[in-house]
Design a binder for this molecule. Structure first.
Ligand SMILES: NC(=O)c1ccc[n+]([C@@H]2O[C@H](COP(=O)([O-])OP(=O)(O)OC[C@H]3O[C@@H](n4cnc5c(N)ncnc54)[C@H](OP(=O)(O)O)[C@@H]3O)[C@@H](O)[C@H]2O)c1
Length: 282
């Protein structure tokens, strides 16, 4: 890929700590290049104590837009001029556009998760979901599913109070949200499997094969749709594959959150297949 950088090249990027494993520079650059947009997308490693200065620097340097990853997604919010409704509910921001020094924050993780899931299951409405985990990414997943008209969303977490907090915070999302979202303990997962269509792991369990399993994965049924938002084939996904379930790892969510960010920054239709190829090529 040839880069033609000149005095008018726009700069985009991602801030995180660490950031060197991020796949976003590769697939965002592929999208700019494919559409002939004169822009680059760079990784910026920002220590937590430097976040405020980094955001001020982004304004001063007229960086056009940026993504935010761990551990800054929540902490960045007070430094922005405006945030979307998704950011207010989810409590985390992963995309910012710089409009002549006015920073507006979005959360495209919820959209990313939903678009990814629709590749497996086009109609999400009226389905029953078990979401394991109640951290930042779980909030985005539950927000998206609630908006899509889920019939039931069980949120199972080691620390049940975090799941209860999501249910409380999302009560006002629609008229029935309070009946839809049910916090439960991790110990209840196995007994709930018969009552759900889709199982989603949003915890960090499965990053390593030797992690203690979240539940007995052999209890999955072949009709379950199983999603793990970790970017690899985790033991949960291997068990789902063995059972013959439809399954998906975290790459589609990553792809579509990035595609949405690209659209917010440029106003252009993102070249999703170009981005997917850049993301998945070795
Ligand atoms: N595909 C994507 O685009 C995408 C986007 C965002 C994140 N992710 C991935 O999602 C994962 C979670 O990210 P996050 O930002 O939501 O993290 P987070 O806010 O730190 O939440 C971590 C979750 O994992 C649970 N957990 C951690 N250790 C556990 C253990 N030993 N046993 C049971 N539960 C445990 C936590 O439970 P407690 O509340 O009890 O501590 C919490 O629910 C990461 O692996 C990240 O890479 C993927």
């Amino acid at each position: 890929m040839e880069l033609d950088i000149n005095g008018q090249t726009a700069v985009y990027g991602i801030i995180g700590y660490p950031v060197k494993h991020s796949k976003s520079p590769k697939f965002q650059t592929a999208a700019f290049s494919h559409l002939g947009i004169n822009a680059v997308y760079l990784p910026f490693e920002v220590k937590p104590e430097d976040l405020k200065k980094a955001v001020e620097g982004i304004k001063s340097l007229s960086i056009k837009g940026f993504n935010i990853t761990v551990p800054h997604k929540e902490e960045v919010i007070p430094f922005l001029d405006e945030v979307s409704q998704e950011v207010k509910y989810i409590g985390a921001c992963n995309t910012v556009v710089n409009l002549d020094g006015y920073l507006k924050g979005y959360n495209t993780d919820a959209y990313g998760f939903i678009q990814g899931l629709k590749e497996l299951m086009p109609d999400l409405e009226g389905k029953r979901y078990l979401v394991i985990g109640a951290g930042g990414s779980s909030r985005a997943v539950v927000y998206g599913l609630t908006k899509e008209g889920a019939e039931k969303i069980y949120i199972a977490n080691r620390t049940v109070s975090r799941a209860e907090r999501i249910a409380e915070d999302f009560k006002s999302l629609h008229r029935f949200a309070e009946e839809v979202i049910k916090p439960v303990s991790l110990g209840q997962v196995e007994e709930l499997l018969d009552r759900v269509d889709v199982v989603v792991n949003t915890t960090s369990i499965g990053l390593r094969d030797e992690d203690e399993p979240l539940f007995d994965y052999s209890k999955l049924g072949k009709n379950h749709v199983v999603v793990d938002i970790i970017y690899r084939k985790t033991p949960l996904l291997k068990a789902a594959e063995e059972k013959g379930c439809l399954w998906q790892d975290g790459l589609p969510m990553l792809l579509y959150q990035g595609a949405k960010a690209f659209e917010i920054w440029t106003g252009r239709t993102p070249p999703v297949e170009v981005m997917r190829r850049a993301l998945t090529e070795k």
